[in-house]
Design a protein around this ligand. Structure first.
Ligand code: GCW
Length: 679
């Protein structure tokens, strides 16, 4: 039996630490688990397989109020009702309590939720505590999700391909649905529920209208049936021109009464098959997709028309703000703000505007999107990309928890210092009840789901941070390592160090100091700073780095595109001021002379070169760190990561050499002597 990584972070193997094992066994002898809903049933199943695996024994089922593990809601369990105060349950929504009580020398652990979904999440929390070998003796946990809709976006096409997917083909076997549903769908749901993900958009935002026809709706309904017990709602990407393509109408104009009627009927039909359908995700008037602007209408007109159709069923619209068009002769980074900011307050109550973390496109590093904080009257949803389109696909090791955290913690200054992006997304800053966060999935048919064993950590950390954006990237990495690889303290320290530096390392050998979008054309794998497209400035790398004999970088200050003015004055001031802007955003906002001195004392040229060389050296360092993990990790995953790191090292050199030599053709400066010898 080889370790393929299929089990993700949900490996229920016997706890190796004997003392810990004995303690858990003695603390968990009997269980009183109330509830009969489909959700309670899967929670019971989960806890039984976790106990069987981790402890090698199952607690005895009992109805006794003194069971060592008491699980339920105040509604279904009189014991829980008497133990938990109404105050503790206040605003718990789908959250939960995990508490240890001590009674006459007896210890009792209680998992309580207001809803059975909350109970399920509490069960997964207890399993996590055990898998990470935490003490259960004094628990006082009260967890409430900070964001309501925590959703994966699958860019899966109906033909089984996945746009920007690097982990095999689509998980959804459309041709066998709805008749056959594989057990893998259940494992997918378990993994999602274990980190609190509660929604999934099944199909690509570059949508095919066929996905809204009856045969495909029935397939989606079959998936929804599998996911429902795990508290996961199904959503669909809606192609805006569907009324024409599958409805036989002449127009998709959102203000046309026939079009409105068509969508209402369509929505009604969907709810007949999927009673808890989540709603629509829409990419409109971007990269050639149809949308309301085709009819001279605004994004709000389009979103509101769909929102009205969904409202009677409590469905929502997630309307993407990722719009750009080469017909708009301005800095592409400005377009979303220019189109959406004027629409603030014009959307229906069940519309979320979904904004990518940065204004260009899921780069290894971008400053936060200027729309965050700029649309106080509209709930904004965060969109992160888990699939590594611009970060080495599933070949390079990139833990993105640090990227998520960097964006969430960024200060928009929208309402003064401390107005973080996280506060915008959680609705805290502008008191929104409807909140959401999306992760573009990195999941496919690969045996290990995500391609690279470490890519699993991005699915995991997305879920954990969607639940609680306050979690630190280190804490999440720590959990994930313990659950996925080992509880060995030394191994954890080493692997954590690799993970925590991994994204910065990629930034260093790909796009240091604020450079962006210099990847090869179309597929975005490998360097392409020289790329030129005769027809389209915005598909040209040269456009983004703007290297010339004087220097390099995109002037987005007042002397350039002035994209900087889209940020609130305090944030803009920091970015505009060369003395204050963090180096990591320098060339995003400024065109800097090759000879200018940076904070480090180096000239820009020397600093740039040093980042490229550092990136390569740090991959080599990861390789030697990983080598030391031999014997501490199962052989299969050890070998896989070692070999992928080998490829990554080669490709980091490829990036470094390509970029340094290319930029040198502008700077005309030598590579500093200390770097002449390749690492
Ligand atoms: O990052 C770009 C990708 C496209 C993608 C688009 C989007 C789904 O290169 O493949 O299309 O973003 O987010 O809409």
């Amino acid at each position: 039996f080889s370790e393929t990584g299929y089990r993700l972070w949900m490996r229920y193997d016997r706890i190796e630490n004997n003392k810990q094992l004995e303690q858990y066994r003695s603390q968990l002898q009997t269980i009183n688990f109330q509830g009969h809903s489909i959700t309670a049933q899967v929670a019971k199943k989960e806890i039984s397989s976790a106990f069987n695996g981790l402890l090698g024994t199952e607690p005895k089922v009992t109805l006794s109020s003194s069971a060592s593990l008491l699980i339920g809601t105040p509604e279904n369990s009189p014991q829980i009702k008497s133990l938990i105060t109404p105050k503790e349950l206040l605003n718990l929504s789908d959250g939960y309590l995990v508490k240890t009580f001590h009674n006459k020398g007896q210890q009792q652990i209680v998992i309580a939720g207001l809803t059975e979904k909350g109970v399920l999440y509490g069960v997964f929390h207890l399993i996590r505590l055990m898998k990470t070998q935490q003490s259960l003796s004094a628990l006082t946990i009260r967890e409430i999700p900070s964001i309501k809709n925590r959703v994966l976006n699958h860019w899966d096409n109906l033909d089984g391909t996945v746009e920007r997917g690097y982990a095999g083909t689509s998980l959804w076997e459309w041709h066998k649905l709805p008749g056959f549903t594989q057990t893998r769908y259940t494992d997918y749901a378990r993994a999602n529920a274990s980190v609190g993900i509660n929604g999934t958009v099944l199909n690509n935002v570059n949508a095919n209208a066929l996905s809204l026809t009856k045969p495909y709706l029935l397939k989606a309904a079959a998936l929804a049936n599998v996911f429902r017990p795990y508290g996961i709602k199904v959503y669909l990407s809606a192609r805006f021109s569907s009324p024409i393509e599958i409805g036989g109408l002449k127009t998709a104009d959102p203000l046309d009464p026939e079009v409105k009627r068509w969508w209402s009927m369509k929505v009604k039909e969907i709810y007949a098959y999927i009673p808890d359908f989540g709603g629509f995700l829409v990419k409109a008037n971007s990269e050639g997709q149809p949308g309301p602007q085709n009819y001279g209408r605004s994004h709000a007109d389009g979103a509101n028309m769909l929102a009205d159709a969904l409202a009677p069923f409590d469905g929502i619209v997630m309307w993407r703000a990722f719009v750009y068009d080469d017909k708009v002769p301005d800095d592409r980074a400005k377009q979303a703000y220019n189109e959406f900011k004027p629409l603030d307050g014009k959307f229906r109550a069940n519309v979320l505007v979904q904004v990518k973390n940065g204004a260009v496109d899921f780069q290894p590093r971008e400053p936060f999107h200027p729309l965050f904080g700029a649309m106080p009257a509209t709930p904004l949803m965060m969109e992160f990309q888990l699939t590594q389109e611009y970060l080495g696909f599933s070949t390079h090791l990139a833990y993105l928890g640090t990227l998520f955290k960097e964006t969430l913690a960024a200060d928009t200054y929208a309402k003064g210092k401390g107005s973080t992006v996280a506060d915008v997304v959680t609705g805290k800053l502008d008191q929104h009840q409807l909140t959401g966060i999306a992760g573009v999935a990195n999941i496919g048919s690969d045996v290990n789901w995500c391609g690279h064993p470490f890519a699993q950590s991005n699915w995991y950390s997305f879920g954990r941070m969607a639940w609680n954006p306050g979690l630190s990237a280190t804490a999440v990495a720590d959990e994930w390592i313990r659950m996925t690889f080992t509880n060995d303290i030394n191994a954890i320290a080493t692997i954590k160090e690799m993970m925590m530096g991994s994204r910065e390392t990629i930034v260093n050998y790909m796009t240091p100091l604020g450079l962006h979008h210099i990847m090869a054309r179309n597929h975005h794998y490998g360097p392409g700073p020289w790329v030129k497209d005769a027809g389209r400035a915005d598909w040209t790398s040269v456009y983004y780095h703007k290297a010339d004999a004087v220097g390099i970088g995109f002037d987005r200050t007042a002397t350039g595109s002035n994209a900087i003015a889209q940020y609130s004055p305090d944030a803009a001031r920091e970015f505009a001021d060369l003395a204050n802007i963090p180096d990591k955003y320098l060339l995003w906002f400024h065109h800097v002379k090759w000879s200018d001195k940076l904070r480090s004392g180096n000239t820009l040229w020397d600093e740039l070169v040093s980042h490229y060389y550092l990136g390569v050296r740090d991959v080599a360092k990861m390789q030697s760190q990983w080598k030391a993990m031999a014997g501490k990790i199962d052989e299969d995953r050890f070998k896989e990561v070692a070999e992928l790191l080998e490829i990554q090292h080669e490709e980091a050199k490829w990036w470094r050499d390509a970029c340094v030599l290319y930029f040198q053709s502008f700077s005309g400066l030598p590579i500093p002597a200390s770097y002449e010898k390749p690492a």
